[in-house]
Design a protein around this ligand. Structure first.
Ligand code: XMP
Length: 326
């Protein structure tokens, strides 16, 4: 734990020029701090770790080793996007770990939400640690800590999945965006050439789809959730809501209802749509989605997603509902 105060004279990064100046300064600082040593980073593909990765790639290239753990709970296309952007386009040193079976086997039969979170968090640290031990001669651990993390939780990233590595793996921390607010991180990300969708993506919980596949996760229901969520995101992109709504997603509960398809009885899960607006996630209001958009989403999900036969809309603000269902 540590406390750091953002210097009063530090200008708020509000223009591409200021973002560029920050990048130039950080590149110099990182090179001074790291020298010719290697740096390890858990790269989830979220805004903060992606910006740190891009900054470090600019400063030290292949001395950075990014580890992307696919825990099977990411949204459709996310692991592929991380590989495409960082390995293919930015030529990063990226270790891709397919840990899908490991996570889903550990989660099998576990229905209690906090227990699910604990399993996902603990397994993530275990996988990351195993990968770190395979790599030799790494002296630094980079993290996407940002200023609100420091203000809110004494420097321990509240929702961050990487709880640090064991003592015997002594690594010095490298946290180049720790004095930045989220909007500044995004501006820096744009200047570093990261895709708009990656930099301006909606918040996504660390445990991912794990807390939206309600109750005990099964592979078929998780797949249905991933597909339904992808359709919701596509349609929000098409109608422009993706640019204005703070967070929108699908949750799929673990019960079925009776339906009919091709004149036959067809039992399926409901897909629950939730779209909320907030400034601090402490309270949230409901976005009003036009009916024609809702009809289109419903038609597509029920026609295209195996196992889903109804679409429901969650109209509950926070309070009384939390944003996530679990
Ligand atoms: P709730 O559900 O508490 O969510 O109203 C508030 C915000 O926090 C996100 N959230 C999480 N983020 N790990 C995370 O990294 C979690 O376990 C977690 N639970 C909720 C949620 O998506 C919303 O943005």
């Amino acid at each position: 734990m540590y406390s750091i105060v953002r210097p009063e004279e530090m200008k708020r990064i509000t223009t591409p020029e200021l973002a560029q100046a920050f990048i130039d300064e950080q590149v110099k600082e990182i090179r001074t701090q790291v020298g010719d040593k290697k740096v390890l980073l858990a790269l989830s593909g979220g805004v903060d770790s992606s910006v740190v990765a891009a900054l470090l790639i600019k400063a030290i290239g292949k001395q950075l080793v990014c580890v992307h753990v696919n825990h099977g709970l990411l949204r459709k296309g996310e692991p592929e996007e991380v590989v495409r952007v960082f390995r293919d386009e930015m030529d990063a040193n990226l270790v891709y770990v397919d840990a899908v079976d490991r996570f889903l086997n550990k989660l099998a039969g576990v229905a209690e939400p906090e227990q699910k979170r604990k399993i996902i968090g603990a397994e993530f640290i275990r996988v990351f640690e195993e990968e770190a031990r395979k790599l030799e001669g790494i002296d630094f651990l980079a993290q996407g800590t940002i200023y609100p993390d420091i203000l809110e939780s004494d420097g321990v990233k509240a929702h961050h999945n990487v709880g640090g590595l064991p003592e015997d793996m002594k690594m010095e921390l490298c946290e180049p965006i720790k004095l930045l607010y989220k909007d500044e991180v995004r501006m820096v990300g744009c200047e570093l050439g990261l895709p708009y969708d990656m930099v301006y993506r909606q918040p996504f919980p660390g445990p991912g789809l794990g807390v939206r596949c309600l109750g005990a996760i099964t592979r078929d229901r998780l797949e249905a959730l991933r597909e339904a969520d992808a359709i919701l995101r596509e349609e929000f992109d098409v109608c422009g809501l993706a640019k204005t709504v703070w967070q929108y997603f699908v949750a799929v509960p673990d019960f079925k209802s009776v339906g009919v398809r091709d004149s036959k009885r067809y039992e399926g899960w409901p897909a629950i749509i939730r779209a909320v607006n907030t400034t601090d996630a402490m309270s949230a209001t409901i976005e009003e989605i036009p009916y024609e958009v809702l009809h289109k989403i419903t038609n597509r999900i029920t026609a295209e997603v195996e196992g889903i036969n109804r679409v429901l809309l969650d109209l509950t603000p926070k309070p009384v509902g939390t944003i996530e269902w679990e």
